[in-house]
Design a protein around this ligand. Structure first.
Ligand code: 6GU
Length: 234
């Protein structure tokens, strides 16, 4: 998979070289390219934003640098590209979407700042590319960079060969093999710690009983913390 990122803060993406995503890059499973949007400005001050038509607070990202950025990134490699625009105004990003994105050959993250990107860039992108405006949740970040990192990590760990033991993908929270319930609680040695015991059932070695207990705990936890997942499953 090839991942391109366009941002006015390319330094935000240094963590891509670390840990799991970094390993995926080393193994050749992922190829990543981070681009400074200001590369596609042509004035002395490398201007990327301007005041909004109609008035109001804040600044809007100008369309021209974004248009050139998408043209250039598209031409840099063959194959259809999927454009992801992180925005609090997007559809909620979910594990289901992570699996869908993990099947794509090329992801391009367009990270906006300020009050957003001129709407015509988004309209153009939807008309030209497979484009997804995605939100991490109902709160506001200063820009798309942190959200892009989160989405990249969620997607890259699903690529074959990235996670050592693929069984861990099947059991975790939100996995489809787990009916998209939250994960059950986990314990390791020692059996007693600060007066707290590991649940007896886990020490017994009866795998059917353990599986039933874990399913029970996952249901209990999901009902308490995320009832929406049970009432309105994805
Ligand atoms: Cl994807 N972007 C921004 N700027 N804020 C957010 C978000 C995304 N998701 C939640 N808050």
């Amino acid at each position: 998979m090839r991942i391109d990122v366009v941002s006015i803060f390319p330094d935000y993406f240094a963590p891509l070289q670390l840990s799991l995503v970094g390993k995926a890059i080393e193994k050749g499973i992922v190829e990543s390219h981070v681009h400074d949007l200001r590369r596609w400005t042509h004035d002395r001050h490398n201007t990327v934003d301007d005041t909004p038509y109609g008035g109001g607070a804040g600044m809007v990202m100008k369309p021209e640098p974004w248009g050139e950025a998408l043209d250039t990134v598209e031409a840099a490699a063959p194959g259809p590209m999927t454009v992801i625009v992180p925005t609090p105004a997007g559809r909620p990003f979910t594990q289901t979407i992570a699996y869908e994105l993990a099947a794509k050959p090329r992801l391009v993250f367009a990270c906006g700042r300020y009050e957003g990107i001129d709407q015509r860039v988004l309209d153009h992108s939807h008309d030209t590319y497979d484009t997804h405006e995605l939100s991490l949740g109902d709160y506001v970040l200063n820009g798309g960079e942190v959200a892009a990192l989160a989405i990249i990590e969620a997607v890259v760990r699903l690529l074959p060969g990235v996670i050592g033991n693929p069984d861990s993908l099947r059991e975790e929270s939100h996995s489809q093999d787990n009916d998209a319930l939250l994960e059950y609680p986990n314990y390791t040695k020692p059996p007693q710690w600060r007066g707290r015991a590991v649940p007896e059932v886990l020490l017994g070695g009866n795998h059917a009983v353990i599986a039933a207990w874990r399913r029970d705990e996952a249901l209990r936890r999901t009902l308490a913390r995320r009832p929406d997942l049970i009432v309105d499953p994805e």
